[in-house]
Design a binder for this molecule. Structure first.
Ligand code: KIV
Length: 281
């Protein structure tokens, strides 16, 4: 299948074809997403929370992102791979930002990077796009600002912050971003933003008017036990399946139902059971 390129996303928005985006952090998952026809794989810094066990994305480093991006690009052949720029790798100055993005493209093999924020990052976005580094923006709930925002909560609920967000989206487009993630904002605002700009919007908790949707795969496939955010649709109960499989494995070990002859080189079952008995005595 033909690989997805940056201009394809704009064409999809223009033709009304919704863009399917999902996170991945390793080659196995990337292969499955690719096979399923996911258009964009986001190597999100959410890796810090759903894989590495941190409470938020702030501890994620550039080395971690390069490592996971490399794994994903080994697995994906069709989907466009976008890598998140971690906290403080693009805020200090544009030179450092370009060097950090360069590592995600050169060492990680990503086709584009994503960074969070509006006005504060416009310079960086302009410089990156001038140098041919495709940039995806991210507005609304920007998880790297979790402390300043007072938690993971819906954003842009009053008219001032809504119009600030709309202006930020227009400015990001002018600065050269090829797409913008809109996270946890009212659906009517996401709709307004999507029609105000030509580049595609990718929503997460932002309603159905966005040009595409993104979810964290652990949420979508039910890998995290317990309640999920309201905007998530769980398509599977992988955590339940894993628990059931592991219970069965432990039981098989205890009862000696595994391994059998079928899983053993050399020693037939009867002989093995006799040896087992001997060892027990
Ligand atoms: O890090 C991430 O996975 C993200 C998505 C939730 C948009 O930024």
């Amino acid at each position: 299948m033909k690989p997805v390129r940056i201009p394809d996303l704009r064409a999809m928005k223009e033709s009304g074809t919704k863009i399917a985006v999902l996170t991945a952090y390793d080659a196995t998952m990337a292969r499955l997403l690719d096979r399923a026809g996911i258009d964009v794989i986001l190597v999100g810094d959410s890796v810090g929370m759903v894989v590495l066990g941190y409470d938020n994305t702030i501890p994620v480093t550039l080395d971690m992102m390069v490592h996971h991006t490399r794994a994903v690009t080994r697995g994906a052949t069709r989907a466009l791979v976008v890598a998140d720029m971690p906290f403080l790798t693009y805020q200090i100055n544009p030179d450092e930002a370009i060097r950090s993005a360069g590592r995600l493209l050169q060492e990680g093999g990503a086709a584009a990077i994503k960074l969070e924020g509006g006005r504060a990052v416009l310079d960086v976005v302009r410089r990156m796009t001038d140098y041919g580094i495709p940039v995806m923006g991210h507005l609304g709930l920007t998880p790297q600002s979790v402390h300043a925002l007072g938690g993971f909560r819906q954003q842009a609920q009053d008219s001032d912050s809504a119009s600030r967000l709309l202006n930020d989206a227009r400015d990001l487009e002018d600065a050269g971003a090829f797409s913008i993630v809109l996270e946890s904002i009212p659906a009517d605002l996401a709709c307004k933003v999507t029609s105000a700009i030509k580049i595609p919007t990718i929503g997460i908790g932002a309603g159905r008017a966005c040009s595409g949707q993104v979810l964290v795969w652990h949420d979508l496939l039910g890998l995290i036990p317990g309640p999920t955010p309201r905007f998530v649709k769980k398509y599977a109960d992988i955590a339940g399946d894993i628990s059931r499989a592991l219970d069965a494995y432990v039981t098989d070990i205890r009862t000696r139902a595994f391994p059998t002859d079928q899983h053993t080189y050399g020693m037939p079952d009867a002989e093995r059971l006799r040896m087992d008995e001997k060892i027990r005595k």
